[in-house]
Write a protein that binds this ligand. Structure first.
Ligand SMILES: NC(=O)c1ccc[n+]([C@@H]2O[C@H](COP(=O)([O-])OP(=O)(O)OC[C@H]3O[C@@H](n4cnc5c(N)ncnc54)[C@H](O)[C@@H]3O)[C@@H](O)[C@H]2O)c1
Length: 266
């Protein structure tokens, strides 16, 4: 029941930088036809990433499509454009795009809460459903993968609203896995811990500003709790996502798998 052959398309959202870019690089090396995506404001960063990955992976079937994942129409048109431009079926959707918020829950404004859910939750549901509809029509199964977090397993001080979006994503993932299993569409998430990206740099800055601590302190204190003794690089996520994208994980669905150096053990 091979369903996700590397000659198919893999779309990775929020992939002009950070974890998404590392995943896109790996799936391109695995042989997928790859779509990098980011918000229109990051067009130049996205174009540069496409150029860089074409060279480094020696895969010429890589394109960039801007779309804001929180807009359902933009996500659907990205999927349609990907299939048209790369002339292949959709095999993998990686709903990686996300944003963070460092705020005590009582201090979080309506606007901040709405924005976080719009990007992290609605963005994911838009990507999941746009991909599932196409995969159901194709009739060849597929793999849908979301970016959850250790913050999707346990509450975290000053990251409460962010945690709530990732808990919601885990619920969505389990329910989607149940609904689409009959189409051989598997739905799973990867759950990073502390990954050195622009997102964590902002988290570090905001936490340190809140607690009157010098730059790097928050990152250091979280990193000290990691059993494997270091925080992670974006590349640490790619092995699991490559596995979840492939038929090696053909019997795995509905799971939220930690890639966190042992920070959270379920
Ligand atoms: N960095 C970490 O430690 C960490 C830990 C756990 C989970 N995660 C999750 O991993 C994912 C990637 O995180 P990262 O650290 O690489 O972040 P990042 O901020 O470095 O990169 C995220 C990318 O997503 C893009 N993006 C933001 N909103 C978007 C939208 N509406 N539409 C399309 N693209 C959008 C950004 O422009 C950016 O290029 C996120 O979902 C994040 O919540 C990260």
């Amino acid at each position: 029941m091979a369903s996700v052959l590397p000659s198919k398309i893999a779309i990775i959202t929020g992939s002009a930088r950070g974890i998404g870019k590392a995943i896109a690089s790996r799936l391109a090396r695995d042989g997928f036809k790859v779509v990098l995506n980011d918000i229109p404001a990051n067009q130049k960063l996205l174009d540069d990433a496409v150029k860089e990955l074409k060279l480094s992976t020696k895969n010429s079937n890589i394109i960039g499509i801007t779309a804001d994942v929180s807009d359902r129409k933009q996500v659907e048109s990205m999927v349609n454009q990907a299939i048209k431009d790369l002339n292949a079926p959709l095999g993998v959707m990686v709903a990686n795009a996300g944003i963070s918020l460092i705020k005590k829950i009582v201090d979080s404004t309506d606007e901040e809460i709405d924005l976080l859910f719009k990007v992290n939750f609605k963005g994911a549901i838009n990507c999941y459903t746009a991909a599932a509809k196409v995969m159901i029509d194709q009739g060849e199964g597929g793999s849908i993968i979301g970016a959850c977090s250790i913050a999707g397993h346990r509450g975290m001080d000053s990251l409460g609203v962010y945690c709530a979006t990732k808990f919601a994503l885990k619920g969505l993932t389990q329910s989607s896995a149940l609904e689409w299993a009959c189409h051989n569409i598997r739905v799973n998430t990867y759950c990073p811990g502390i990954v050195a990206t622009d997102m964590w740099e902002k988290i570090d800055n905001d936490l340190n500003a809140m607690n009157n601590k010098p730059k790097g302190s928050a990152m250091e204190s979280y990193s000290n709790t990691i059993p494997l003794g270091r925080n992670s690089r974006p590349q640490d996520m790619e092995g699991l996502v490559s596995f979840l994208a492939s038929d090696n994980s053909a019997y795995i669905t509905g799971q939220a798998i930690n890639v966190d150096g042992g920070m959270v053990m379920n």
